[in-house]
Design a protein. Sequence first.
Length: 755
Amino acid sequence: MMGTIRRRAFLIGSAAIVGGVAFGTWQITKPYDNPLKDHLAPGETALTPYVLVNGDGITVIVPRAEMGQGVMTTLAALVAEELDVGLDAITVKHGPAGKAYYNSVILEEAAKVPATDDSAGGARMRSLTHIPAKLMGMQVTGGSTSTPDAYNRMRKAGAAARLVFIKAAARQLGVKERDLTTENGAVLGPDGMRIAYTELAEAARAIEPPANPPLKPRADWKLLGRSQPRLDMVGKCTGTTDFSIDVRLPGMVYAAVRMNPNREAPLNSFDAEPALAINGVKKVMALDNGIAVLARNSWAAFQGAKATRMEWAAAAYVSDSAAHLSQLRETMATDEPNSQMRDDGNAVRSLKKASADGAPIISGTYEVPYLAHATMEPMNAVAYRHDDILEIWAGNQAPTQARKDAATISGLSEDKILIHTTLMGGGFGRRAEMDFIKQAVKIAVAEAGTPIKLTWTREEDITQDYYRPAAVARFQATLADGKPDCISLDLAATSVADSQFGRLGISLPGADPTLAQNAWDQPYAVPNYLVSAYKAPMALPVSSWRSVGASQNGFFHECMMDEIAVAAGRDAIDMRLDLMDHEPSVAVLKTVRDMAGWGANTPTAGENGAKTAQGAAFFLSFGVPTAQIVEIEETSNGIALKKIWAAVDVGLALDPANIEAQVQSAIIYGLSAALGGEITMRDGKVEQSNFHDYDALRLYQCPEIEVAILENLDEITGIGEPGLPPVAPALANAVFALTGERVRKLPLAAAVRFI
């Protein structure tokens, strides 16, 4: 298997290298220009793309979008640690759109190297993907890549800035640099003289930062490795933080949109007269696939959009959910696999032999629905075309792409597009899409000189989402000596890569890695092990949803493992441990077993005499081994969630409290989907429209969540997404342990009553 994978990875890497040579190898190693230098106020000095200093203080630029996951604190701490300054002494801001902030590791999934491969060859294959990432220069937040990407780059930025301050002080004092030290934002002279960094800003401007400064050893860390107070927390708790939905400009006009509910089909015609009769409505204009209504306030714009009479073109895809699920199953039955990322032994021959011999074959088919992102803050943006520039305020996960699209629409050069990335009330992949920003830009260009504030209604937000795809899986397995001897897992879904990257004008070579994402590289040694992924025809447009393909594949894979354990008469955790060939994964699973007091996945009597049961799941995604146990209780009103234990290995825990919060957040988001999340189609249209029919986990339903953080991996990882994939299968496995009912379709609440 590994030979095949590495060959594919080598082909991708070779193409990247050839592309680099075509531009000149200097483009691969040459740093991008510092984007801060184009935005300096009088008296400001940009020492690196991450450090801005003036007479008032130090600002650390965070290049990734803060959408609740804590990067504004953790990434700022990387710079502050090496700069020798406290977090309470700095200001933290999102950076401007700039290629210098490109995400170096965002394409590592395309290397098709198992996460468990920590060899030099595996590292080489991953590093080859950094070349096209650099050449593309995409500033993007996603894939749990913010911390791995920033870990060395931002530490080096802080260390380089510190050395610049030392050099500036040495020149000012007429002493040798080695005689100076730093402490709490100041350079200390040999005689005890203290010069604040802010006093050295002007002198530092003329000094070139070193490219590879030495970094602090871990033993000297003061901030990293310790829980830090979230820098964005006070503003969020007091309501003083501005999201893009809070932006107000003088003379602003408010806009709302109404798009064809038959996704990506055109608008045939519209009648604006009913909208224009509403008090406050100023104008109705056509957009691609719909209309925009401009008004004196958002409410009038919403009402105008609702009142406009529309004639829509029909959808070009299958018209209802049942037909689409049938299409997925048909794709597995009739099409060739898009990929077979894992093909150990010969599963096909093994299954044929078992069938011929009359040996038992364990099998099952699983289904999951489309899911919406349902961010708390609906899609919105402010755009203002004035004075030969275009300014955009928006919570977004890809500012360089927003700038590129805005330049195309407006006809302005990219240096005339100013992207103000605000904090955002949730992203989960939705704000990597540019549709709402492009709409605001189109309106602003048509209404040049007037600031435009576009806000989507919640109904538009749900029905015009780019969804997590519906998916189907089927498995067959045979046993030998109490554990699986053969596993064949087939997966079918529409392609996130084709859909999402196609909208960006990018065509990714080779198979879509999201179809089989993390289903193929789980650390289980099974002699005959085949994972096949099938790409189904597109229906509703799809995109990255929190944990992307791992969200459904974790459910498929770990319910399958539970079924195999039951068929083998084995304890579900013991069987997994027998199969595991990756020590950090073993440690994670043993840790969660001990945390939960796991005995066996069979019902027991709780303290009040009620029947309780536990379910377990392990899933390695985004490089993070994650294990969870869910405990549930049977009540007269239905099943209650009692407690969840989770263990993760992140390699290096920079901020334990924030890691714990992200794991808890992922679990809650995953529980919301597992219990009741479902987007369905009828007559080509999405049936759900708001939180009354697309609900989230309520506070009273949320169980206690206990998290353990391990550090056995060789490399640091991200943690925003890995906590999600195991929770749905752990819950489904607990339901089976409690009731004996094997639920193979999400959401679980469609088959089992929960309270």
